[in-house]
Design a protein around this ligand. Sequence first.
Ligand code: E4P
Length: 221
Amino acid sequence: MKFFIDTANLADIQEAQNLGVLDGVTTNPSLMAKEGICGAENVVDHYKAICAITDGDVSAEVIAVHYDEIIREGLELAKLDDRIVVKVPMIREGIKAIKYFSNAGIKTNCTLVFSAGQALLAAKAGATYVSPFLGRLDDISTDGLELISDIRLIYDNYEFPTQILAASVRHAMHIVNCAKFGADVTTSPLSAITALLKHPLTDSGLAQFLADHKRVSEGNN
Ligand code: E4P
């Protein structure tokens, strides 16, 4: 399973990259706004800065909602770097645009997916990635993992190559469960990735090992 980081924060992306487990980055307009990135030129520079850190795919979301505009914006984004994946919302115009990009050999991420039917449509249109929003479903007392499982079943039934990119992943157990349910990718904040490191028995075990080593090294057997 691939690990993507869901942020536009360059320091977090660099930290995940340094950890050696980063496979890509996803952003969205809210994450860009959180970093204060606005204006076409700044947005472009920021995507270039992200691509300079990671070796993996970088999802850059279009703001347009009409077909012609989505195509124009997507083509602009795609030419920034080979790693750019054009992120397109799951709307009628978006599906048409995904089909266009797919035919043109441009990678896409169909975002804001909340049902298996939407995921089926995204795969039919040729999306490279589909992004079911796990956490936002959990937020409204709907089982996000069940959606991941349903999409896995459907894609396997028909051997759709579209990768399931579990999004809106909020914590370590989301990541673990996505791995169990067969997601191809999870995208999460850095905190969820680093939380995977933690176990109190690891900490106490290491403290004991180091203390025993020190005692023997000092001749206190
Ligand atoms: C997906 O690509 C989105 O950027 C993201 O995962 C949304 O997460 P949130 O629900 O925590 O905002």
